[in-house]
Design a protein around this ligand. Structure first.
Ligand code: PNS
Length: 168
């Protein structure tokens, strides 16, 4: 069975992420979901371990899926796991621009690491973690964007009531 790493911030996990994980599992059999941090963006609202917990709940007992926190570089994580394929989902050309840059940067550090792009389901083309954070912050409806099993957690953790008042 081949394996692939699916890295991301997952702040929070969305239905779009779970869709890509399911697609990747059909192709590779084993998928390691690497919950990392993008230091180019504002720091994540939740710790890596908390985001990993949400992701574990979101994927449930899907066979072949492991969820782990990735604290350093993706290339180091891939070497440690002895996995040479990274999977990323593409919603549109804007995603491609950022993902191509990341793939090429990773290749300069680890030439044997291949990045494979999977096209997201069109139903999730408008879904992003940043949109979920914004809508949840204002107590809007995120049901269509977030896996049902973590919906209440997302509302509570990203809503204005949970220590986020200072953001306005
Ligand atoms: O959800 P995101 O923001 O697309 O995830 C980005 C992530 C976490 C996959 C990326 O920032 C990453 O790989 N971080 C680990 C550190 C690293 O390897 N950075 C160099 C790649 S450009």
């Amino acid at each position: 069975m081949s394996a692939a790493i699916y890295p991301g911030s997952f702040d929070p996990p969305t239905k779009g992420h779970v869709d890509v994980i399911e697609r990747a599992r059909r192709v590779f059999g084993r998928v390691i979901v690497a919950v990392g941090s993008n230091v180019r963006k504002d720091s994540a609202r939740l710790s890596g371990e908390r985001r990993a917990e949400l992701m574990r709940a979101a994927v449930g007992d899907l066979e072949g899926i492991e969820v782990e926190v990735m604290s350093g570089l993706l290339v180091d994580f891939a070497r440690e796991k002895d996995v040479r394929v990274v999977v990323k989902g593409l919603r549109d050309v804007r995603d491609f621009e950022t993902e191509q840059e990341q793939a090429l940067l990773n290749r300069t550090m680890y030439p044997e690491l291949e990045t494979v792009f999977l096209v997201s389901d069109v139903r999730h083309g408008f879904v992003s973690s940043s949109a979920v954070r914004e809508i949840a912050f204002h107590a809007g409806e995120v049901r269509a964007m977030v896996p049902g099993v973590i919906l209440e957690d997302v509302r509570r953790l990203y809503g204005r009531g949970d220590g986020q008042k200072d953001k306005i």
